[in-house]
Design a binder for this molecule. Structure first.
Ligand SMILES: NC(=O)c1ccc[n+]([C@@H]2O[C@H](COP(=O)([O-])OP(=O)(O)OC[C@H]3O[C@@H](n4cnc5c(N)ncnc54)[C@H](O)[C@@H]3O)[C@@H](O)[C@H]2O)c1
Length: 259
């Protein structure tokens, strides 16, 4: 296939690889194949080895520990990226977390602490991840992609507080897109259909979601990692230079159906 996206000389920072099934990993494969220099953050020491092993086939890259709720650690990622590559052009934010007790069961039982945790990790972290990178983007600007889910706008029983978090995340995408648009920084979200990953395994009803997509989506099937990564690559690249603040569904047309 002819290479239509060339990211040679550009730097991409990826937050959210846990293993080779992570959506962030599928995106990283595409971005690295398009020629970009890569930097990865891993959440904590426990994940370091898995992430190191997962990203090794993608060639030489920078790895930095970062719990994204700690702004100093986010700053440290960009300091290290600045030292090694001197610039940031693309960012992938593929981070989410909710406490086990707040997934499944009655939504009204969500605790305040559970609300704070889910919203802080899954939505708020996009704010420092973008704003602290802007100085390194310089005059050329940059492009950011985050991952959301249809539950931002509709109820998926079991997904509970994560739906609230995705709603907030999509709003944050628009707020950041508006604020940093004049600096040529674009911020978009890909709304992916359900994919089997580590995070997805903790969602009660995940298998029902997969079967609903298979029977009720316009295309009568689920999407795969590569399709979500392809759309993300497009948004990260200059081919999407006129798109910002958007939520692009990669869901085989599930969200357009009424029945
Ligand atoms: N898998 C799906 O069906 C699906 C569908 C739509 C959207 N998404 C979204 O895609 C994103 C990636 O999830 P995934 O499915 O690839 O699962 P995953 O488990 O592979 O990735 C989740 C990542 O979040 C990271 N993370 C959690 N808390 C963090 C913190 N405090 N600091 C830094 N990193 C933290 C984890 O380390 C992990 O790498 C999430 O935002 C998820 O909601 C997933």
């Amino acid at each position: 296939m002819p290479k239509t996206i060339d990211l040679t000389g550009k730097t991409c920072v990826i937050f959210g690889v846990a293993n080779q099934r992570s959506i962030a990993y599928a995106i990283a494969q595409q971005v690295a194949a398009a020629g970009a220099q890569m930097a990865f953050s891993y959440q904590n020491e426990r994940l370091k080895e898995h992430v190191e092993k997962a990203v090794a086939p993608l060639g030489s890259s920078l790895l930095v520990e970062c719990d994204a709720i700690d702004e100093a650690q986010v700053e440290n990622v960009y300091r290290r990226v600045g030292e090694k590559y001197g610039r940031v052009d693309m960012i992938v934010h593929s981070i989410a977390y909710a406490q086990h007790d707040d997934l499944g069961g009655a939504f009204s039982k969500t605790s305040l602490q559970g609300f704070r945790t889910a919203l802080e990790v899954s939505a708020y972290t996009l704010v420092p991840v973008v704003s602290k990178a802007v100085p390194l983007m310089g005059e050329h600007g940059g492009s950011v992609v985050t991952l959301t889910f249809d539950a931002a706008g509709r109820v998926y029983p079991g997904y509970n507080i994560m739906g609230t978090a995705k709603s907030a995340l999509e709003n944050i995408v628009r707020q950041l897109a508006a604020e940093f648009g004049p600096k040529k920084v674009r911020v978009n979200a890909v709304s992916a259909g359900p994919l089997p990953t580590l995070a997805a395994r903790s969602i009660p009803g995940f298998n029902e979601m997969r079967s609903a997509y298979e029977t009720r989506s316009a295309m009568k099937r689920n999407v795969n990692h590569e399709e979500v990564a392809n759309a993300s690559l497009f948004l990260l690249s200059d081919l999407a230079s006129g798109i910002t603040g958007a939520v692009i569904p990669v869901d085989a047309g599930y969200s357009i159906m009424g029945l």
